[in-house]
Design a protein around this ligand. Structure first.
Ligand SMILES: NC(=O)c1ccc[n+]([C@@H]2O[C@H](COP(=O)([O-])OP(=O)(O)OC[C@H]3O[C@@H](n4cnc5c(N)ncnc54)[C@H](OP(=O)(O)O)[C@@H]3O)[C@@H](O)[C@H]2O)c1
Length: 339
């Protein structure tokens, strides 16, 4: 059996997460028992939710235990199988964690999903045609419920979730305005993803300036907003939100290191009769097949070309993850484990 390299969480962050919270550990891979499958991970997904798992305390999910492999989505190939449904060479998506190999119980429901890599590159099953894509689909379709002609805004628009929100909203005939950090991300959002406009929030450091930029980009107001960041961005959107607008509260990454994110004017929820709804994509497994079918078609046909930032080698995972939390990624953040 191959030697395995893993990244463990060894301490909990006090404020900002840092590389010392993680440790690289080498271990033997145990021999397979009946029903088990050995998967070699080609890509590891890095996602903002992992920052929440590093903390102890109340959340929607259990904290990541210390001195164990960090949780994470993976796509890879079966290299050895003692399960009749899997043969070496099969491409599978799972939650293999921050490590090069995993031994998986092939009988456990939902742990492994075979994927077809003939039309869609394997890495996209961790992004646009995976959890982030379904997240975009759920928040947009089930919470925002967009109609043709309406104006939809989305923050972290160049990211894994945000890019899919915009593409899906354009499919539905909406005017789509992204909010992203920096001219390169905004150019990608407009020119490659096909959003109608994109606001570089770094050019508008205060609420008034950002709200004015939104007013210019959304002359008919905002009917639906997909929130990934929180703070000033949400405050500015609320100032421009139309009556009966909907906000899908997907993430608040600006506060993941413990920064408080007060809402400046909650009375606007009442004044505009807004609906603001938080959601966790893993609690809506019923929509995954429908969402993945639409996303596969968009990516497979080339109408949606998701962007990726790829770090190399398992040892690069902690730095790449910390970079994601600071917005250094451009599109889906991955770690490539096989060259
Ligand atoms: N509710 C759910 O079930 C669910 C599922 C998946 C993801 N999410 C959430 O969806 C959001 C997007 O996730 P993703 O995987 O697509 O990540 P991502 O957007 O690819 O990466 C995160 C991006 O957040 C942006 N950002 C804005 N303000 C930031 C700040 N103050 N600090 C750090 N980054 C900031 C950065 O882009 P800019 O440079 O453009 O600012 C950064 O690139 C996250 O909030 C995540 O927690 C929720």
């Amino acid at each position: 059996m191959p030697r395995n390299r893993q990244i463990w969480l060894v301490s909990r962050p006090q404020g900002e997460a840092n590389v010392d919270n993680f440790r690289l550990v080498e271990s033997e891979t145990p021999p397979l028992a009946e029903g088990q499958v050995l998967v070699r991970h080609h890509y590891l997904s890095l996602d903002p939710y992992m920052r929440g798992r590093m903390n102890e305390g109340k959340s929607y999910a259990e904290p990541q235990p210390l001195n164990q492999v960090m949780i994470g989505g993976t796509v890879g190939q079966v290299v050895e199988s003692r399960h009749p449904r899997y043969v070496p060479g099969d491409w599978v998506v799972g939650m293999g964690g921050w490590q090069e190999y995993s031994v998986v119980d092939g009988n456990a429901a939902g742990l492994l999903r075979k994927v077809d890599v003939s039309r869609i590159p394997p890495s996209h099953y961790l992004g646009a045609v995976g959890m982030p894509g379904v997240t975009a689909w759920y928040g947009l379709v089930k919470i925002i419920e967009p109609r043709a002609g309406q104006t939809i805004t989305v923050s972290a628009a160049a990211g894994a979730v945000g890019s899919a929100v915009g593409v899906l909203a354009k499919q539905r005939g909406c005017r789509v305005v992204g909010i992203a950090g920096g001219p390169d991300k905004c150019a990608y959002v407009r020119d490659e993803l096909g959003f109608d406009d994109c606001i570089d929030y770094r050019q508008y450091p205060d609420l008034r300036a950002l709200a004015s930029a939104l007013k210019a980009a959304c002359p008919n107001g905002i009917d639906g907003h997909f929130e990934n960041v929180g703070g000033t961005v949400l405050d500015a959107v609320m100032l421009r939100a139309n009556a009966f607008s909907r906000v899908a509260l997907c993430g608040m990454i600006a506060g993941y290191d413990g920064q408080p994110l007060p809402m400046l004017n909650p009375a606007l929820i009442l004044i505009s009769r807004m609906r603001i709804e938080g959601f966790i994509v893993s609690e809506h497994m019923e929509v995954w097949p429908q969402a993945l079918a639409e996303l596969s078609e968009l990516v497979g046909s080339g109408r949606f070309r998701p962007r990726e930032t790829v770090a190399h080698g398992i040892e690069s995972a902690p730095e790449a993850f910390l970079g994601l939390l600071k917005g250094r990624n451009f599109g889906k953040q991955l770690v490539k484990l096989v060259d």
